[in-house]
Design a protein around this ligand. Structure first.
Ligand SMILES: C[S@@+](CC[C@H](N)C(=O)[O-])C[C@H]1O[C@@H](n2cnc3c(N)ncnc32)[C@H](O)[C@@H]1O
Length: 178
């Protein structure tokens, strides 16, 4: 698994609770190592940690609320990682995937509302997942899928308490803790 982190900008607790939670869940499920969330929302991090505890990933997936996202970007670049900013104004993903698929250290930035120009200038790549407006959840899922070429759908979490027994109909889960 690559060292991919997601930076979620501008989280507003009252408005973005659900979307930011889904950004974090997609990051975890599809092969990122963690998520930095700009803002203050302890309830959100607790909820994500509960999912990690039950469904696994807690031993390595990092969830952190942060107040200075520019510092995260600068630090990531200083350590030699590449920064991808997902924006509908960027270059469409099919024309950029060759440039990023071999990178092992990626910070993927997604916004909530209008993203400051600073991020457009400091990102190594401004990438669109189609040049149509949609959602940070969708764009994150698709870029991770293209980077991992579908392999992320087979990710297993060894430190899980619950897992699904896949079946064509019905629902079955097993619990390791009884
Ligand atoms: C709901 S959008 C709001 C974007 C905002 N109106 C702007 O001008 O930047 C929130 C986030 O979704 C992501 N997003 C939305 N559409 C996208 C697209 N077509 N390609 C890549 N990312 C997209 C971007 O990360 C964006 O910051």
């Amino acid at each position: 698994m690559k060292n991919i982190y997601v930076l979620r900008l501008g989280h507003r607790p009252e408005r973005d609770k659900r979307v930011t939670t889904h950004v974090a869940l997609v990051a975890r499920a599809f092969g990122a190592r963690g998520v930095f969330i700009e803002g203050e929302d302890n309830r959100l991090t607790e909820n994500i940690k509960k999912v990690l505890e039950e469904w696994g990933g807690g031993s390595y997936f990092k969830v952190e609320m942060i107040s200075d996202p520019k510092k995260i970007v600068n630090l990531w670049k200083r350590k030699g990682g590449k920064v991808v900013h997902l924006t509908m104004y960027g270059v469409n993903l099919p024309d950029m995937i060759d440039r990023i698929e071999h990178e092992d250290n990626l910070l993927i930035i997604v916004g909530a509302q209008k993203v400051e120009g600073w991020y457009y200038h400091h990102a190594d790549y401004n990438i669109a997942v189609s040049n149509q407006p949609h959602s940070e959840i969708a764009s994150l899922a698709i870029i991770l899928d293209r980077i991992y070429k579908g392999e992320e759908l087979n990710i297993m979490f060894e430190d899980n308490k619950i897992s699904v027994i896949p079946m064509e109909r019905g629902k079955k889960v097993i619990r390791r803790d009884g």
